[in-house]
Write a protein that binds this ligand. Structure first.
Ligand code: NAD
Length: 439
């Protein structure tokens, strides 16, 4: 089957590559010529386990191509996936300009029946806007007779696990009002649900909302635990014990119950805010989601307050080491990463920062610049001269460091653990002054 995927970022690139892996003919498109040039050479601009090998194989076998020529790809394809960004606008609502630009391109280039599939995360009602833009373009070309369907097919992949998540999704959501599109999509997705996981067909509006509902639910669980972590600190209860205690209840389950620095990344923060905006547009209140978002932001300040308290509000002239910059392990994505707020707050108080992350250093340089920050390629090297170690991303390699080596290098045996990676009792025995979240 011939497929065009418009937008070759985290979602588009994974979608296109996995569809090619199943034998489809795929063109991944982007407006960024440099990105397309490097992809055509098999150079992947993002860190995503397993993706490079799969891109190279499918490129070599001719099923996967990269191009900036949208009109040609649209003319030749049956399926056109929209996988461009939907960043937050000034008021927090999803900015649809890229999605609607693509819709215009589709309307001005299509020559035959087309299934337009929206994979970008978009507010409920967007498929209708996409449909209208395409219709307008067709009308100006006097081609209103061309048939097309707009389908909502939100993506649930997790960065760092994206390839596996796409190849074996928990479920595929298809929002459509067309039986023709349903049949084509059932066939397209059949190889990905051989394990028996469902393809859920539903109306378009429900499919669009399902994506936001999923992210808002997961974000709520994290904020719930983070709020409780303050009470644990204040009472002496242990948030980790509480997590196990409630997570072992089948009605609750373990995932997304870790207290820490709060959620970051390109999805949860923006999707929670966009959903709040959708409530507002419909003249409805969302007390819960506003609180989820506030609790998340406050958690970064909470972590910072532990550092400030320890140093009696005077951080000037100190050197601190940071382990982990990415918003979560196994990715180089730093969009909305807690590390950005923490590092900026410390720098503004005169702290010199030395940082290490296994894959996000290149991204970090672009975001954080060079002022009062030193990027190093070894997790022990950053400890030289450091008065404190801050653990900000729970990469597996930080789980069992050589603590004797850590002590021998650092100026002070002091750790602020934003991800609750170590046992407080063990850290005490090892001779560290150790702060974590809610324990
Ligand atoms: P991204 O920023 O990594 O990639 C978007 C790409 O689209 C960029 O390469 C950009 O150059 C390209 N683009 C923009 N306008 C274009 C145009 N007119 N024509 C062609 N290409 C264009 O974004 P992403 O992380 O892949 O996210 C894409 C969408 O998927 C967003 O709506 C996001 O919320 C959603 N989503 C993301 C994830 C994730 O983990 N990243 C997971 C699920 C859903």
């Amino acid at each position: 089957m011939k497929i065009a995927v418009i937008g070759s970022g985290y979602v588009g690139l994974v979608t296109g590559t996995c569809l090619a892996e199943m034998g489809n003919e795929v063109i991944c498109l982007d407006i960024d010529q440099a990105k397309i040039n490097s992809l055509n050479k098999g150079i992947i601009p993002i860190y995503e386990p397993g993706l490079t090998e799969m891109v190279k194989t499918n490129l070599a076998e001719g099923r996967l191509n990269f191009s900036t020529n949208l009109p040609r790809a649209i003319k030749e394809s049956l399926f056109v996936f929209i996988a461009v960004g939907t960043p937050p606008g000034e008021d927090g609502s999803a900015d649809l300009q890229y999605v609607l630009d693509v819709a215009r391109e589709i309307g001005s280039s299509m020559e035959k029946y087309l299934i337009v599939i929206n994979k970008s995360t978009v507010p409920v009602g967007t498929a209708q806007k996409v449909r209208q833009v395409i219709e307008q373009q067709l009308a100006t070309r006097q081609k209103s007779k061309f048939k097309f369907d707009v389908v909502s097919n939100p993506e649930f992949l997790r960065e760092g696990e994206a390839v596996n998540d796409f190849l074996e999704p928990d479920r595929v959501i298809i929002g459509t009002d067309s039986s023709e599109a349903s049949e084509h999509l059932r066939e397209l997705y059949a190889p990905f649900v051989e394990n028996g996981n469902p393809i859920l067909f539903m109306d378009i509006l429900s499919a669009e909302l399902t994506k936001y509902a999923a992210n808002a639910m997961l974000a709520s669980r994290i904020s719930f635990m983070n709020e409780l972590s303050h009470l644990c600190d204040a009472t002496g209860a242990n948030i980790e014990m509480v997590r196990r205690g409630i997570g072992s209840d089948n009605r609750i389950g373990m995932p997304f119950l870790h207290a820490g620095l709060g959620y970051g990344g390109s999805c949860f923060p923006k999707d929670v805010k966009a959903l709040i905006q959708t409530f507002k547009e419909k003249k409805l209140d969302s007390y819960l989601l506003s609180a989820v978002s506030k609790v998340n932001q406050r958690q970064r300040d909470y972590f910072l307050s532990k550092i400030l308290n320890y140093f009696k509000n005077d951080l000037s002239g100190l050197t601190m080491a940071v382990w982990g910059l990415a918003f979560k392990p196994h990715t180089d994505d730093m969009r909305e990463a807690p590390s950005i707020d923490v590092i900026n707050a410390l720098r503004s108080r005169g702290v010199k920062i030395k940082v290490y992350d296994p894959v996000a250093i290149k991204t970090a340089r672009k975001i954080l610049g060079e002022e009062q920050i030193e990027y190093l390629e070894d997790e022990y090297e950053v400890l030289t001269g450091a008065e404190a170690l801050l653990l900000l991303t729970e990469w597996p390699q930080f789980k069992r460091p050589d603590f004797n080596r850590v002590k021998s290098i650092m100026k002070k045996n002091l750790i602020f653990d934003g991800r609750n990676q170590y046992r407080p009792q063990k850290m005490k025995e090892l001779g560290f002054t150790y702060f974590s979240i809610g324990r």
